[in-house]
Design a protein around this ligand. Structure first.
Ligand code: SF4
Length: 548
């Protein structure tokens, strides 16, 4: 195996050997590469099918789900990945047949990714072929640029699938995913071509985040300022992790009047901010903190946990039997809730029945947390914010969005938040917030000093806020605003968030805790020279750089 897609890549080079730092085993890592490889074959024929009106829309969902299942910490289940390879091979052949039947199949030399076939029992062997994995590219710059595109596409797919689940789909985004996937196999493309493709991927990232924003807000209303309960009640309960609001909605509905409470964990916290979910009395609040604390927090929660997406940590035996996955997520030994049929709902009755037999959660903290500052809510406070900037009460905003992670060097973000002057405000989204959202940072004239927009995809909200402020202050360039960017990344959704911000013209982003392992020195230089991207140093040095 070789995997370098996340911030935890071993030695900041890549994970190899028997397992990655995240716990992904060598066979699963290789199978995920084979799934991506196979999806390129689907893309090859589906591009032709689109030209001739032979495209089947369900292929788009398959592509989104397939790529999403290869995101860091989403799916550790080799059999589930093999199922997806089965489906991808079947779809590829179906599309090919349809093209042949219509006399539309292009005659050309197809790559192995579009023609390979073998029995399921041989998938593992196939997955070890060099041409399947990341290291097929000898040239490190080509490998780096292709990785940037692929990881951006994985992020797009994750957001695209959440939107799809809510009935929002943009076929142009799916068409782009296919084209860009194929481009990562196209040896005729130059480094400049690939760099342009990276930026196009970022632009599609903006579109998919806008689509998901529309999907979430049209279904559940605009996030609003909310005090989220952190304590527990004395009834059995289910803890929901991940990002999928449709799953969350269906579970809330099915647990109504069942004597079972619902709590959010980690990236599901922002579900508390949506008006539509507030009508459920049994939706209590948020339990615990960031994803990497799950080994402690799932133990004390006592009830079932539902993963709607990443981030899964290889579990302790003590709670393995009460963890459920659904959608793109999976782990061997966890029970998996099947997808909904078209027009139907998922059946969470097994999780609910399980919860009824288990004790209530043990409290880990008390109090409340304030959030819900997505773009619509912030715009309602625009006058107040603009006055505070004009009067000098707010000197600077810091976008500290992104991911959290388990490594000690992420304490930097807590220290950075603590060290910020009192006339600054943090704009956040994603689980990066857990590094400082429970600090007593106070407010500025009633505006909290940590404004949480929501999940990582709600970084889109932060970009919308920045663009609106640019308008209000009548500036030419969004970079003239008193907003600095100190972003923490972990997995591939953060990659697409970063590329999206770059495509919106945002410069001088500080990225940490380390720069991606998949950036070759030359590609990193391009990002530095063109966009001013730079890594973190010490809190003092960075504070001096931002404010000095
Ligand atoms: Fe390593 Fe990250 Fe890949 Fe896991 S996802 S194998 S930690 S680089």
């Amino acid at each position: 195996m070789f995997c370098h897609q996340c911030q935890e890549a071993a030695r900041n080079v890549g994970c190899s050997g028997k397992a990655g730092v995240c716990g992904k085993t060598e066979p699963v890592a290789n199978l995920q590469d084979l799934l991506v490889y196979t999806l390129k074959g689907v893309a090859e024929f589906n591009q032709q099918a689109r030209k001739h009106g032979l495209h089947k829309p369900e292929t788009d969902e398959q592509m989104l789900d397939g790529l999403f299942s290869t995101i860091t910490n989403a799916n550790f289940d080799g059999e589930a990945i093999k199922d997806r390879i089965d489906r991808a091979l079947f779809t590829r052949e179906e599309i090919k047949k349809a093209l042949q039947n219509e006399g539309k199949l292009e005659e050309k030399a197809y790559g192995d990714f579009a023609t390979w076939e073998t029995n399921r029992k041989n998938y593992e062997e196939k997955s070890t072929e060099k041409k399947v994995g990341i290291l097929r590219d000898e040239n490190e710059d080509v490998r780096s640029l292709r990785s940037l595109v692929l990881f951006g596409l994985k992020g797009i797919s994750a957001y695209g699938e959440h939107a799809y689940n809510l009935g929002k789909h943009n076929p142009e985004i799916s068409e782009f995913i296919e084209k860009a996937l194929l481009a990562t196999e196209d040896d005729s493309l130059s480094a400049d071509d690939l760099t342009a493709l990276v930026l196009d991927t970022g632009a599609k990232g903006v579109e998919v985040m806008a689509l998901l924003d529309e999907a979430n807000t049209s279904a559940y209303g605009n996030p609003e300022i909310t005090e989220v309960e952190l304590g527990v009640r004395d009834r059995p309960a289910i803890l929901v992790s991940g990002h999928d609001l449709k799953d969350f909605d269906e579970l809330l509905e099915q647990t109504k009047d069942q004597g079972v409470d619902i709590y959010t964990h980690s990236e599901m916290l922002p579900a508390n901010y949506y008006p539509a979910f507030k009508k459920y009395d049994h939706f209590v609040g948020n339990y615990g903190s960031s994803w990497w604390n799950q080994k402690v927090e799932f133990d004390s929660f006592n009830g079932p946990v539902l993963f709607t997406t990443n981030c899964i940590v290889p579990p302790k035996e003590s709670y393995t039997d009460r963890i459920y996955t659904t959608g793109a997520s999976g782990y061997p030994g966890f029970k998996h809730i099947a997808n909904r049929d078209k027009g139907g709902v998922k059946d969470f009755s097994e999780v609910i029945d399980h919860a009824k037999k288990l004790p209530a959660p043990t409290g880990v903290e008390e109090g409340k947390l304030v959030g819900g500052f997505a773009h619509n809510q912030v715009m309602q406070l625009a006058d107040k914010v603009v006055d505070a900037v004009k009067s000098g009460a707010i000197k600077q905003f810091f976008v500290m969005a992104g991911c959290d992670g388990r490594m000690k060097d992420r304490e930097y973000y807590t220290d950075f938040a603590k060290a910020l002057p009192e006339d600054t405000v943090i704009l956040t989204a994603g689980c990066a917030k857990y590094r400082y959202n429970k600090l007593e940072l106070g407010d500025i004239g009633g505006i909290p000093r940590v404004l949480d927009a929501g999940q990582c995809n709600d970084s889109y909200s932060l970009a919308v806020i920045a663009l609106k402020l640019k308008e209000v202050f009548e500036l030419e360039d969004v970079n003239e605003l008193p907003i600095s960017y100190n972003i923490a990344w972990y997995e591939q959704k953060a990659v697409i968030v970063l590329l999206a911000l770059l495509s919106l013209g945002i410069k001088n982003i500080k990225l940490g805790p380390t720069l991606p392992a998949f950036l070759s020195p030359n590609v990193a230089n391009v990002l530095v020279e063109k966009f001013g991207i730079n890594g973190i140093q010490t809190v003092e040095e960075d504070m001096e750089q931002f404010l000095g």
